[in-house]
Design a protein around this ligand. Sequence first.
Ligand code: STX
Length: 317
Amino acid sequence: MQNLSTLYPKIKPYDSGFLNVDEHQVYFEQCGNPNGKPAVFLHGGPGGGGSEEVRRFFNPNVYRIIVFDQRGCGRSKPHGCLENNTTWDLVSDIELLRKKLDINKWLVFGGSWGSTLSLAYAQTHPDSVSELILRGIFLLREEELKWFYQDGSSRIFPEAWQEFIDIIDEDERDDLMGAYHRIFNSDDTAKKLSAAIAWTKWEASTISLSYSPTTVEEMSNPEFALAFALIENHYFINKGWFKTENQLIENIEIIRSIPSVIVQGRYDAVCPMKTAWELSQAWPEAEMIIAPASGHTAFEKEITHALISATDKFGKK
Ligand code: STX
């Protein structure tokens, strides 16, 4: 096998700050070369927050790397806040951040929910986007949500699934997302927390091709889990506030000519490849790269390699 590209070295931000929008303070930071090619990283979940690792997908000598924590998660405040927290609020934050940082166009990089948000942003502000790098495609459609939260992945990970459903009364298990929603909106703080941890552990257990105890432990941190679970559930119950089920595919015309790369793990059990395939059928201009022995996360070796090859390629232009 060829040598796989690995993450660039660890770096520290040269700048950070907050964007004040509605009742939210949205944390952002800049790393790498202040005069480099601007790139913004859109994290997953929603509710996952940025991390020190995600900067490392970009050559720090070439890129001016901007990472921000979406409303209600990571270092953004108030933590877990669902007020004025929709897809379209985030799209507007991204555009506001671009203007605040005095950037003309930027490369937009997003995986999973980050791919959903990247497409929504690019289709709203196509002139602000120089290139797109999308991974583990998620279009927030009914069948994708049903696959992950009702019947699908459950068949591949029955032991993790058991823990996900144990917390819900048997007579409510025909609508798990709804049942979790009722707990998250109740006043029972203890139950809310244990449900948030169960919700988050389910995802942590299924994102890697090979189960990663470290990932599960990190994501089970109560503070992380509470924002992650509440925000994801809020976005999914509301179907992402999209006007139609296939909105992001129907609007592909708007972004067709933006140079784009799609990276997809063949054995992604969170966002199965069918979705990436449908996107690429509607959008043959985008380069589709299949990682043949990978699951969902950006940190699968083949996926990291494909993502870094894409940032390196766009960084040379
Ligand atoms: N959520 C998919 C998603 O965006 C249904 C996602 N999955 N795991 C993540 O994001 C993190 C790696 C951010 C935890």
